[in-house]
Design a protein around this ligand. Structure first.
Ligand code: IPM
Ligand code: MG
Length: 359
């Protein structure tokens, strides 16, 4: 097949990890006989430096005109001054909104070869296979915000705001996903305090009633944070608001051993999906060939599966990653006691995965 993929490396370690995912996609193209056109564009701080905008019009056109978007990460100390009017994160948030990708899938699976990379005990993380469905285009990230003065005090506020429709479509998405998995879905909220969460729970309850084949539950977010550590393998699909999903997926990444292992797919009703690792741009590690490219490579696998419907190809990439881990290769974030010769850099890790596709 022919496909056009927009590639947005972004900032920090973004260009290095994205280069490895592109290497893997090119290899998939060769082995399976597909013609992938990878077109690079600017986003985040790199785009601000070049154009003044974190999401230039050219990038917007590139993304809406492609079959899928592969993104690295955005942000860095250079653009962190809170007084600056444009921020790299606007590029990412703007892109999610532009593509209307309201459902952000963040699977957490524990490779049997990485049981000891997690700070949690192996018997706790063993067998974990869950997916967080994070609402991505609403909530406090996009609600009304501002500053004002009252009684000589400066105030600032952000608003958690959800419509029935926004909640409905993401919960339905989670239920459809659960149907294809272990048929268990947990809706996460803070309904004991927040009005927006009470609406969330009301809508989730009504959507759940349309899926009698699923086992469903409501979990308060604070308790969920604890259960993720105490009994992560009891979860299958979890669905939650934008900010709860942001926070709990960083927590959940520790189950898999490292942020560097977690991919994501952002999907909507539109045609174009957005694929990115859940981690940030890690400016501290940029340009040193130490970042773990596996989260981005696994995001490319999700791109093959969800946007291009190339299931066999997606599985080939995932098996290649497993093979490399089985053989003992580790980047710095996941090596706990790996022998010297099996410690590899970003570039080499990408090559090892690519070589194992179709081998
Ligand atoms: C994520 C990131 C982003 C988010 C940042 C970089 C804006 O933390 O994708 O989880 O908060 O959504
Ligand atoms: Mg985050």
């Amino acid at each position: 097949m022919r496909a056009r993929i927009a590639v947005l490396p972004g900032d920090g370690i973004g260009p290095e990890i994205v280069a490895q995912a592109c290497k893997v996609l090119e290899r998939v193209g060769e082995v399976f006989g597909h013609d992938f056109e990878l077109v690079t564009g600017l986003v985040g701080g790199a785009a601000i430096d070049a154009t003044g905008s974190a999401l230039p019009e050219e990038t917007q056109a590139l993304c809406t005109g492609s079959d899928a978007v592969l993104l690295g990460a955005v942000g860095g100390p250079k653009w962190d001054d809170p007084r600056l009017p444009v921020r790299p994160e606007q590029g990412l948030l703007g892109l999610r909104k532009l593509l209307d990708v309201f459902a952000n899938l963040r699977p957490v699976r524990v490779s049997p070869y990485l049981l000891h990379a997690s700070p949690l005990r192996p018997e706790i993380v063993s067998g974990v296979d869950l997916v967080v469905v994070r609402e991505l285009t609403g909530g406090i990230y996009f609600g009304r915000r501002g500053r004002y003065n009252e009684n000589g005090q400066e105030h600032a506020f952000d608003t958690e705001d959800y419509s029935r429709r926004e909640i409905e479509r993401v919960v339905r998405f989670a239920c459809e996903l659960a149907k294809q998995r272990r048929k268990h879905v947990s809706s996460v909220d803070k309904a004991n305090v927040l009005e927006s969460s009470r609406l969330w729970r009301e809508v989730a309850t009504s959507v759940f009633s349309q899926y009698p084949e699923l086992e469903s539950e409501h979990v308060l977010v604070d308790a969920c944070a604890m259960f993720l550590i105490r009994r992560p393998s009891s979860f299958d699909v979890l669905v939650m608001s934008n900010m709860f999903g942001d926070i709990l997926t960083d927590e959940a990444s520790m189950i898999a051993g490292s942020m560097g292992m977690l991919p994501s797919a952002s999907l909507g009703e539109g045609r174009v999906g957005l694929y990115e690792p859940i981690h940030g741009s890690a400016p501290k590690y940029a340009g040193q060939d130490v970042a773990n490219p596996l989260a981005t490579i696994l995001s490319a696998a999700m791109l093959l599966r969800y946007s291009l419907r190339l299931v066999q190809e997606a599985e080939a990439v995932e098996s290649a990653v497993e093979a490399v881990l089985r053989e003992g290769y580790r980047t710095r974030d996941i090596y706990s006691g790996a022998p010297e010769e099996e410690r590899v850099g970003t570039e080499r890790m990408g090559t090892l995965v690519a070589e194992r596709i179709g081998a």
